[in-house]
Ligand binder design. Sequence first.
Ligand code: PLP
Length: 373
Amino acid sequence: MIPFNKPYMTGKELWYIAQAHAQGHLAGDGSFTKLCNRWIEQRTGAEHGLLTHSCTAALEMCALLADLAPGDEVIMPSYTFVSTANAFVLRGAVPVFVDVRGDTFNLDERLVEAAITNRTRAIVPVHYAGVGCEMDAITAIARRHGLLVIEDAAQAVMSTYRGRPLGSIGDLAAISFHETKNIISGEGGALLVNNPAFAQRAEIIREKGTNRSQFFRGQVDKYTWVDVGSSYLPGEIIAAFLWAQMEEVDAITRRRLAMWHTYHQWFDEPERAGKLRRPIVPAHCVHNAHMYYVLLPDLARRSAVIERLKALGVHSVFHYVPLHSSPAGLKYGRAAADLPVTDDVGDRLLRLPMWVGMEDEQTKIIHAVLQAL
Ligand SMILES: Cc1ncc(COP(=O)(O)O)c(C=O)c1O
């Protein structure tokens, strides 16, 4: 069976972990964490990059930084991973779900303004499949209404929108290094702070509500409890692993893009024959080949193709079960209006294997898909 995902190791992970071990500094914010934080800042242009345990943790930090009160509303797509919503629900906020665009399956910026109420505090665009949302329109709406923009850039490391790295555009952003992402540390993520107003508080929230980071920089002579917070920073072993991946990011991205384009070329003809629809990437978005998906004619066809692929030795998967109609989504959130595109895509989208090292098996996958259609 060709797996849907297989974590890629560069070969240097254990070497860097051995260095962290030898240095004897295993808690967070040691030399590897600092290297990773600087890498994030240099590669994205974010003012501050702060490693976290996960993208989920970084989103929770965003919700804390936004200082939400119970009943405040946060606009987001329903076609996304649960953490996009959960992070805000944990603060008592209400996710208000807006439909996605029919081309990229990103938050439809044309529907955002109609969903704004006097309780709206933030807009959370999710860069689906590493393809940028329409950030110019979204940031203009946010500015007009005094809202925060928090990018869920979980899938978007190394992608750009009109030349700007994703994660560097909103007030805050969250990225993921989960083992299904392009560069990985098993579990892992980062908070990106672009609005300097949040920089100091982000450090404090990440360090259990203390000013320990300022203490280590010699800015205060003792550290103490100054705010709410939790433990959001990963240990050095995780950061050492991640550093090996960061060093190889250009080669990893190149290899993923090559596989993405191979899929795309082979599925041109089935698309013309009306058997599937391929991903659409707007000309002003450079993506990172995080994912290759196809849209099948209907739910029955998708289920049949998944079964057929399984029989042919290929593991394919679908997502997302839309949040607005999920049990927790119904309880904690609300749909701003009907979400026809979300419902439709949730039924028809199929994800194909995409992992570095899969190159030799890709022909087999493509033939299996062509046979299964
Ligand atoms: C859009 C989106 N947001 C958030 C997350 C959560 O990331 P993590 O697993 O690093 O917490 C994911 C993970 O798949 C995601 O795809």
